[in-house]
Design a protein around this ligand. Structure first.
Ligand SMILES: [Zn+2]
Length: 220
């Protein structure tokens, strides 16, 4: 079990309150972003004016809008529409095998894996698609896996005030599998357990057995 990074709570709160915090920096124009991509093409050793690359800066700038759409998404707002009429349902809710696509903040290459999110409601539940969207809201940013794990758990904990929250992420980091030490097939597993999932062994065991009772694999 990975201890959350000390900055995580603050980062999660800051991220939730102000998703597009540039710390005073000015957001570049599309033309400036394209020029930066052109520089990187040259740096990689290719001719940015050759036919195949001529539109690449434009495509990359556009794809960055999708890959990093999380900066414009407020996870708190996503979770705020919850349902209180749950007919006394107070058992564990688990969404497992959520596709996880993020980018490592050290190398800006993909982190691909899956997320498992569980909580024990205290009267309030959210639509399950919201849990997947909260994962995306934090994942579609530059991340380290430890921080991402804690941010997801803290956001659910803060907004739903459940009896407990559990988040487990398993992911392959392309900065490790395709460069650097080239360790293919290695996955990193991180978890944040809050409330009953941290304090009560039976609750934690039930969650872990639910998420382990699957057979699928993912391609990193
Ligand atoms: Zn990396």
């Amino acid at each position: 079990m990975t201890e959350p990074h000390p900055d995580t709570q603050a980062a999660a709160e800051a991220g939730a309150a102000c998703p597009a915090d540039l710390a005073g920096h000015k957001r570049p124009t599309q033309a400036e972003a394209e020029a930066a991509v052109r520089t990187l093409l040259l740096w990689a050793g290719d001719d940015p004016d050759r036919e195949g690359l001529v539109d690449t800066p434009k495509r990359v700038a556009k794809s960055y809008r999708e890959l990093f759409v999380g900066y414009g998404t407020d996870p708190v707002q996503l979770l705020q529409r919850s349902f209180e009429e749950v007919a006394g349902y107070d058992e564990m809710v688990v969404l497992r095998d959520i596709r996880l696509e993020s980018h490592c903040e050290h190398h800006m290459v993909p982190i691909i894996g899956r997320a498992h999110v569980g909580y024990l409601p205290r009267g309030r539940v959210v639509g399950i698609s919201k849990l997947a969207r909260v994962v995306d809201a934090f994942a579609k940013r530059l991340q380290i896996q430890e921080k991402l794990t804690a941010q997801i758990a803290n956001a659910i904990n803060d907004v739903l005030d459940p009896v407990g929250v559990a988040v487990v992420l398993e992911a392959a980091h392309q900065c490790m599998t395709t460069r650097g030490v080239h360790k293919h097939g290695v996955t990193m597993v991180t978890s944040t357990m809050l409330g009953a999932f941290r304090d009560d062994h039976a609750t934690r065991r039930e969650f872990l057995s639910i998420i382990n009772g699957r057979s699928g694999t993912f391609e990193g």
